[in-house]
Structures are given as structure tokens and as C-alpha cells.
Design a binder for this molecule. Sequence first.
Ligand code: BMA
Length: 353
Amino acid sequence: MLTACTATPVEKIMDRLNEAASAGVPLYGHQDDLMYGHSWNVNVDGAQDFERSDIKSVCGQYPAVLGLELGGIELGDECSLDGVNFKYLAQAAVKHYERGGIVTLSWHPRNLVTGDSAWDVSNNTVVRSLLPGGENHDTFIQWLSRVCDEIELMRGKDGKVIPIIWRPWHEHTGSWFWWGWDLCTAEEYVSLWKMTYEYMMGVRKLDSLVWATSPDGNSRFDQWAERYPGEEYVDLLGFDMYFFGWDEHREAASKYYIDHMRECLASLSAFAAEHGKPIAVTETGCEGLKADNYWTGCLAKALEGFPVSYVLTWRNACDDEKKDYHFYGPFPGSRNADDFCDWVASGKVGMMK
Ligand code: BMA
């Protein structure tokens, strides 16, 4: 461990993640936690110092990790694809860091060829087209520069950009994003990652980024190493894996989620230990928190005994269309809110200190 006075902010974050992992007490994270919740939204209600959080309303503590999403920044949009104002987003990131938390960023950029969403997989030349020499390379660099501009707004009291777990090109073992498995070759994927790294770290000097991979646990996870960007381009190894099938299969669905997550964790932790990098469950959750005792009965059991640094559940949508089914964290009165408090009280998960 590094001593507090000589460690850089990034080293301190890495220390914190490694400590949580060795203690077997992963930090809890929630996507968009300070931006909106089941029945509120800073865009409408005002930022109010980013005090609101569905998680805090339920258990009295903020999540230790705040996930934020940059989709939409590439075209200079005012708000993200999930309706978050980018000005608020940068402020919330800084606030969370100053409270003692860790920030992680994801990005679902539009399809550069068709102009449609990240989920548009109608064309398998998108990655090739944005690599050096490709017809969309210059546009892509402009898109990436807008990501960097947003990150550069996230400055702490010392004037420096805060440490951020940056998680680009995620779920690439699946084929639902234009950078997914069937949409590019392994070589193209790795070139995309390296080009992103070299621009952000080399050209823009954003050296407070912690680079995290996140293949999808439910799709070709056993092949994730084929598209591993390389030792020097990765700081943290994660994966995304959701709980599916509660309505149809109940016990079998819970068992699959637990057993399969444990298989993924076993594979990742063996590799990560050899390479001296922390591991994390970078996205998970059960939509609508339907599974009985999801927190203590499923997630805690899946994680038990593995050196996991953090586990992040996805967002609590607040728009009328989605709010009653698209949520992954508890809110007052939701299913599994008490079970979440039991999990926190058990000491098996870390919240904001
Ligand atoms: C998905 C859903 C979408 C959202 C996207 C990016 O899993 O939550 O509604 O737009 O993530 O945050």
C-alpha cells in the first residue's frame, strides 16, 4: 500500500479498490444515482447540491461508486441519451468525489455510419471506418475530443481532473453494440481500444483515468481474453452480467445467476491476480428487483469469497414510461428495499465512508 502523503489521487483510488477486494467487501455502485431516481430528477427539481439519492433514501448512505453515462456528448448534445444534463453530470462527479466516492464513466456513442444509436448493428464496418485511414477517423477523433472536454470539467479543489474509472467499448463479447463481437474483428477491436487510449492519455494527457474492461458475462465470456487490449492498456478487469428469467424460471434463474457469476469471477480473478489488477462487477442487476431477496439471496451469494473491488447496479429510470419496471437499485417502497438494508447491515458491502 502507498502512503497517503505520496500517493497520487489515482493511486489512492486503486488502493481503495484493492483494499475492498482483499477484505472481501466490494464497494457498492449505482448508475446515475445523483442525477435522478424513481420519482425525482435534478433536471426538473434542480441540483440542490446533489443530495438526493434513491439509495441514501433507503439505507441512509450514498453508494461508494457513482456510474455516469456520456452517450450524446459526442454530438455536443445538452443532455445524455438518458436525459442527464451534461453540465450537472460533471458537477455531480466532482461532488461525489469530494464526498469520498469513486466515479466511473460509460459511453454509448451513436453509430458513426448510420447516425443511429449505439445499438444499431446494421453495419459491420463502423469500427474499421473510424480507425486511422478510415473515412470516419477524423469525425471519431472529434467525438472523442468532446468526451475529453467533458471529463476535463471534472476538476477537484486542487484544480486537477478527478480520478475516474473509464469503461469504454463495453459488453463487446456480445453483438448488440456496433463495436460488438460480430461487428468487428479482434484486431479491429483492440486497435479501437488502443487508439482511444493513446488519444486520451497521450494527446489529451488525461492521466487520471483508470482503464476498465467489461466483457459481457452472459455472452462468450470464456473468450474474453481474445479481445483483451493488452497489459499496459488496462488497469481493472470487470464484466457486466444481468439477472434474467425470474418470471419464467424463478429458482433456476437465481441459481444460474449465482453459479454463472461465480464462474466468471473465478476466471477473472485468477487472471487478474497473476497480472496484479483488481476485478469488479462493472454492471449487474435484476430489472425491477423482481427476484426474491435479490441482494442477500442472489448477489451477495454470487460475490462471496471473491476479491471483488466494486459491484455496480444499473439505473433507476424516472421517466413515466420506464420508471415502474426499469430500476435496479432500491427506492423507498420498492421491492427488496429491506433486503438491501439487510445486505448493507451485514457488512458484506461497502458504502460511502
Ligand atoms: C440501458 C438502458 C437504457 C439506457 C442505456 C444507457 O441498459 O438503461 O435505457 O439508455 O442503458 O445508459
